[in-house]
Design a protein around this ligand. Sequence first.
Ligand code: BGC
Length: 860
Amino acid sequence: MTGVHVVGLLCDHRVDPLGVDAPAPLLSWRLESDRAGVAQTAYEVEVDGLWSTGRVESAGLGVRYGGPPLASRQRATWRVRVWDEAGTVTPWSEPAEWEAGMLDRDDWTASWIRLPAPPFTRDQYRPAPFLRGSFTTRGRVVRARLYATALGLYRASLNGARVSDDELRPGWTDYSQRVQYQTYDVTPLVRQGDNVLGIVLGEGWYCGHFGVFPQRGNWGPHAQARAQLVVEYEDGSVDVTGTGADWRGWFGPILASDLLQGEIYDARQSLPGWDTPDRDASAWQPAVTADDVEAPLVAQRCQPVRRTAAVVPVSVTELFGKYVFDFGQNIVGWVRLRVSGPAGAELVLQHGEALHPDGTVYTANLRAATSVDRYIVGGDGEEVWEPSFTLHGFRYVEMTGFPGVPGPDALTGIVVHTDLPETGSFTCSNELVNRIHRNTVWSIRGNFVDVPTDCPQRNERLGWTGDVRIISRTASFSFDTAAFFAKWLADVRLARSPDGFYPDFAPWTGPMREGGPGWSDAGVFLPMDVYNRTGDVGVLEENYEAMAQFVDVVAKENPDLVRVNRVGMNWGDWLSLPETDPDQGRQGGPIIDSVHSTTPKDVFATAMFAKSAQLVGRAATALGREDDAARYARLAADIRRVWNERFVSDDGRIEGNTQTAYALALCFDLVPDELRALVSERLVERVSALGYMTTGNTGTELVLPALTAAGRLDLAYALLLSEDYPSWGYTIRNGATTMWERWDGWTEEHGFQDVRMNSFNHYSLGSVCAWVYATVGGLAVDESVPGGTRFVVRPRPGGGVTWAKTTHRSRAGEASVAWELSADGNLSVDVVIPPCASALVDLPGRDPVAVGPGRHHFPA
Ligand code: BGC
C-alpha cells in the first residue's frame, strides 16, 4: 500500500461509542501509509446528513462536532478524507459511528426498582436480588438498545445471555451527584415474541464497603436498578419497555457480595433459566418501585471494566490440609473455580499478595478487607464459577474445602480492569529493567478500575489524586488514558470544597474535601496531561474554571505565596526514607522507620503551587485567554522567586537537603539558571553519599531525570539497576511482580512493614518508567507540541544495557525507537515516525536532527 489512508476514527477517544451525552464530541483520526514524509495539509469531515466541515486547511487530526445537536438516541455516521503534503486527496475513510444517549431526564420512563430485602443493618450481608421483566415483540426488530444503570452494581441479561462482557457496572461516581448509565446494543439478543430481561444487583461502592470507611451503606442502604429497552421495528415504530412494578424478583445463589470482603455463592440455590421466557416466575416476589434518583444519569464516557486475561497457576502446594495456588503474578480481579463434589461442600478462597515464611497466605496488609470468596457446591457434575460483584488484589489463593485433590485447573486467575487500549511497549537487554517496566504496567492495569486507585487489595482502593498525578506521565505513554482521565476529572471536580480546593481523593461523599499539596494539584496536572496527549482543548474547556479557581484560592489563603495554609492532610513527599547522615551511612538507624515526608512540607507544597500556577497559565494560553495566561505566568514567577528566597541558599542548598527537594527544584524549573549547576551538585552529593534513593512517592519520579539533566547518567543508571535495599531491584529480588507502595514493604532484616500501610501493588514508584521510556528507550512525546505529533528521540545508553526497543502509539500513530550498541560500543538507531508527525533525533555525541514521517536509520 503506497497510498495514504485515513484510519483509526475515534469519537471522544473511543471506537463507535453508543450512548454519547456530549453535544460536541471530538472526532479524531490518523493516517496510515507506507510512504515516507506523509503529512496532512487539509481535512474534510462529513457527518452524514448533519454536518460537513468542508475542506479545512489544517494539520490537526481531530475536530469537535459542530453540527446541529443530536436528539436522544440519534445515530451519526461520519467519515473523513484528507489532503496530503502534495495536495492529493485520500479516499474517504471507512465510516464510523456514534449514537447519542438519553439526553433528557424525561427520556427515562422506566422506574427505579428493587426487591424488598431484609432490613439494612450496617454489618448484616444480604443476598443479591435477581430481577426479571417480560416483554413481547410484535414484528421484525431492526435495532434494540438497552439503557441501564443501578445504585450498587448490576449485570443485565436478555433471554439468558449477558448483554455485554463488561464488569462492575455502572462504575463508580459520587452517586449523590451523578450516576453513570450504559448503553448496550442488544439487537441480536431480542427474540420474536416473548422475551425476558434480567438484572442481578450487587452492593458495590454504593451500599457495600468502600475505602477506609468501616461501615457499609455510605451512599445508601439498598441496591436498585433502572433499565429501559428501546426496540425499533422494520416499519419504523418503536416500543419502549423497562423496569417497573410488573417486574418480579428472587434471592438466588449470591448470598452476599462486597467489593472488599468477597462473595458467597451457594450453587444449590442457582436459578437455571431465570432470565428466559421458559421459566415460570409467577411465584416470585413483585419488585417495588423506588423513588426517583435526584442525581442526573450520565452516559459512561470511558472504556468499560472487562476481564482481559486468564492466568494459570505456576504452582499448587498443599499445606496443613489447604492448597495454596501461586499465580506467579500479583493481579487484580478474581479466580474462576472449577469443581465437582457433593452438594453442600463449602470452599473458602482467601486471596493475598504474599506468603508467610511457612508458605501460608499473608493477609495482615489487607487490613479490614477480608478478600474471601466462598462457594457452596451444587452437586451437579462439574461446576465452573466466577464471582460477579467483588474484586481482589492477589498473587496467591489459599483454598480450603476442595473435595479431593485440586489440579492446577481448579483455579484460574482472571485479570479485571478498565480496558484501555495499550499504547506503549518497552524491552531492553537488561531483564531487571524489563521487570521494573512490567511491574509498573501491571500496577497501572490493576489500579485503573473505572477510577484510578491507590491500591487494589486492602480496605482503601480510593481514587487518591496524588498517586495518579505521579503516574500519569508513565500511564499515558503505556495506555490511552484520555477518556479515563476525563471521566475521573469530573469526579474530582465534584469532590471539591465549596471554595474550590481539589480533594485528596475522588469520588467522595462527605466533608473533608481539601486535598494536600501534590494531591489536590492533580486537578491541574491531569487535564494538562490529557491535553498534551490529545491536543484537544475540550478537556481544558471542561476543567479550566476549576483549575483557575483552585490556584486562586491557594493564592488567597497564602498571600505571601509560601503554601502553608489550607494544606489539608499535607502528605508531602509521602513515604520517603530518612536522609541519613552520609557519615553514618546505613548505620544511622533502622531504615524501616520510613517517615511520611523527609522533605519539609512548605518546600514541597510551595513547589507544587508554583507548578500548578504555571500549568494554569499554559492552559489559559491554549484557550486563548491572554490576560489569564499573563496573570498566572506572573503568579508562577512570583512563587518561584519566593521559593528561592525562602528555601534556597546561595550555595545551592535547599532547605531539608533531601533528594526530593533538589529534584523538585530541577524538574519543576524552580531555581534560576545560575543556581542550577550548584543545585545539581547538591543532588549528586546526596545520591552519591547514600548510594540509594530516599524519595517518597513524588520524588521518585524526578530523581533520575534530574540526574540525567545534571550530566550524571551513570548515577541514574546505578539507581535504576541497584538490587540493594532500597531500590526497585531489591523489591524484584524479593519477588515483586508489581510496584510496592514503599521501598521497605519487606526487608530481609525486618520482614513485612507496618500492616497499616503496606500494599504490594501501588503504582507511584513505577513513575520512573517515564524516564525509562525517554532515556533508556529513547522515545518521548514532546509535550511542548500538544497532540502527539512531535517526538523526542534521545536514547542515552548506560548501565551496560546493549539494546532497547520502545514503541508508543500517539494520536498520530505508532512511533518506535530501536537501538543497539555494537561490540565496540557504537550506537546504531532505527526510528519510525508515523504520518503527520516529526521527531528531534538527538543521539549522544552527534548533532540533533529533525526527521519527518517514515523510517530512519542512524548507523553506528
Ligand atoms: C494511600 C496513598 C495515598 C495516601 C495519602 C494512602 O493510604 O495508599 O497512596 O496517596 O494514603 O497520603
